[in-house]
Design a binder for this molecule. Structure first.
Ligand SMILES: Cc1cc2nc3c(=O)[nH]c(=O)nc-3n(C[C@H](O)[C@H](O)[C@H](O)COP(=O)(O)O)c2cc1C
Length: 327
């Protein structure tokens, strides 16, 4: 079936890098692209922030052509603001799609009726989506990312998807948790499958707890869900994308990088981040890199003492010194 998003055509099964605030910055996106991610979504940006302080907020969603196909994700609770923000972003950046966040659980977003709070108010979610779809017209497809509901006793993903389809979205990514689960418990893939079966006209992308190429192949072979979105597993091990690709194509999974190769990636990522000036000063960049480095260190045997040092690292030189016994 042909869709507004060409990467779903011809039986493709795209591997998405999940949007992750503070993680999926342009440098990390480039690394994931290099390692095989097919589609990216930027971390979210506030629609109010786009309208009132675009110069300050632009950096959250900046991208380069190599990241395409890429969606810019916006959040908010006002149809007018969301549509106006989408227009500003489209006019300046020409993303491959605009993605509406209806899944974020953090109080700062939910407290202003954005993110997953929209799951408690489907008419508002539909008004937002319709307004953004109308504003974008034929310029740019609009997609949405949802959770399966607000709480275990108000799971409404199927209703939510029907509303989104009627509002004109081109695809829906579903994180198989409720808002009250935050990131705990397990993602419920049965509900994601039910949504895909109930809404066959629009690609459903499954998200939550994908940890291995075997997970991806199983979901692909079921033939119900049209693509997968990988978050935390990619944060720790971005090479998961190339492993998935290889497994889907050849049935074999390339070995994960050795501890030495991980260390080289830690240094390369840090160097690229410093050169990019994305976080401003060197020290601001190193502070932003600490959690990234800790994530990479997870797979290195005996990394516990290393972790304490990585959590305080202040310069590339210091990082190289800390990692030198492993090189
Ligand atoms: C640090 C972090 C930041 C996140 N930021 C966003 C975000 O900006 N927008 C969004 O839609 N989801 C965000 N998420 C949710 C992820 O996109 C994804 O839905 C979730 O992590 C489940 O997928 P996973 O099990 O593969 O990690 C974030 C998750 C994490 C861990």
């Amino acid at each position: 079936m042909s869709t507004a998003l060409a990467f779903f055509d011809e039986g493709q099964f795209p591997l998405y890098l999940a949007p992750m605030a503070g993680v999926t910055d342009p440098i990390f996106r480039s690394l994931c692209k290099e390692m095989g991610a097919d589609v990216m979504v930027t971390e979210f940006v506030s629609s109010v922030g786009v309208i009132k302080a675009w110069d300050r907020n632009r950096r959250y969603v900046q991208f380069i052509d190599e990241h395409r196909p890429l969606g810019v994700q916006i959040f908010g609770s006002s149809p007018e603001y969301m549509a106006a923000a989408a227009r500003i972003i489209w006019d300046e950046m020409r993303p491959s799609f605009i993605d509406i966040n209806a899944g974020c659980p953090v109080p700062k977003v939910v407290g202003k009726n954005g993110g997953s709070s929209l799951l408690r108010d489907l008419p508002l979610l539909n008004s937002i989506t319709s307004a953004v779809v109308a504003e974008m017209g034929s310029d740019c497809p609009v997609t949405a990312k949802i959770r399966i509901g607000w709480s275990p006793d108000s799971i409404n993903a199927i209703d939510c998807c029907h509303g989104l389809v009627d509002s004109g979205v081109a695809a829906i990514a579903i994180h198989g948790r409720t808002r009250s689960q935050q990131y705990g418990g397990q993602a419920n893939w049965d509900i994601i499958r039910e949504c895909a079966l109930a809404c066959p006209s629009v690609p459903i992308i499954g998200n939550g707890d994908i940890a291995s190429p075997e997970d991806v192949r199983r979901i692909k072979e079921e033939g119900i869900i049209r693509g997968v979105m990988i978050g935390r597993a990619a944060m720790n091990a971005p090479w998961i994308f190339s492993q998935c690709k290889s497994y889907l194509e050849t049935g074999t999974i390339p070995e994960s990088p050795s501890p030495q190769a991980r260390v080289e990636l830690m240094i390369r990522h840090t160097r690229l981040a410093l050169d990019s000036l994305h976080y401003g000063s060197d020290i601001a960049t190193m502070r932003a890199m600490r959690s990234r480095l800790l994530a990479y260190a997870k797979g290195i045997p005996g990394a516990k003492p290393l972790r304490v040092q990585l959590a305080r690292v202040e310069s590339l030189e210091q990082l190289q010194e800390i990692l030198s016994p492993l090189r």
